[in-house]
Design a protein around this ligand. Structure first.
Ligand SMILES: [Zn+2]
Length: 164
């Protein structure tokens, strides 16, 4: 009885995937010029699962053609820029008020509190739903990034207009 028949009858344990990985790595590299990720040594024709040059353990894995991080990161940076601005101005407000020099007008506090909450919620939602956002079509990701930076611009314009 060979192992295939044994598996069908449920008498043999399932094959260990780790035992299959090394032959697949060797088969993949048999005909391909691939550099070692650590030392760039050409691994073509590799016979073990370690780089012969730097001795790092190697494995075969699945990767995305496009990591889709660019627009997502640009959106996170836009939302974080607005949050950072409002938080810094709130810290400034606390310091000025503590020094009792007749703190800035009420709108200053209101603008930066509301801004911090809106931008903070954006940062939270972007990080919370990051994987789903990165799978969205390109136009949606571009629009989201534009919205985050647009919100940041509105934040700065409103602050400049109403703070004297
Ligand atoms: Zn190497």
């Amino acid at each position: 009885m060979d192992s295939h028949e044994a598996t069908l009858q449920g008498t043999a344990p399932p094959p260990d995937l780790a035992d299959l990985a090394a032959p697949m790595l060797r088969a993949y590299l048999a005909e391909r010029d691939e550099p070692c990720p650590a030392c760039r040594y050409n691994l073509r024709g590799l016979l073990s699962d370690h780089c012969p040059e730097c001795n790092q353990a190697l494995r075969l894995r699945v990767g995305l053609v496009e990591p889709r991080l660019g627009w997502f990161l640009a959106a996170v940076i836009g939302a974080s820029a607005g949050l950072g601005l409002n938080l810094l101005l709130l810290i400034y407000f606390v310091i000025v008020t503590a020094m009792r020099r007749g703190g800035p007008p009420g709108y200053f506090l209101l603008h930066n509190l509301v801004g911090s909450i809106i931008h903070g919620a954006c940062v939270f939602l972007l990080l919370r739903y990051g994987p789903r956002i990165r799978r969205a079509p390109l136009p949606s990701r571009v629009l989201l990034t534009a919205a985050m930076w647009g919100l940041c611009a509105v934040n700065i314009v409103l602050f400049s207009l109403f703070i004297r």
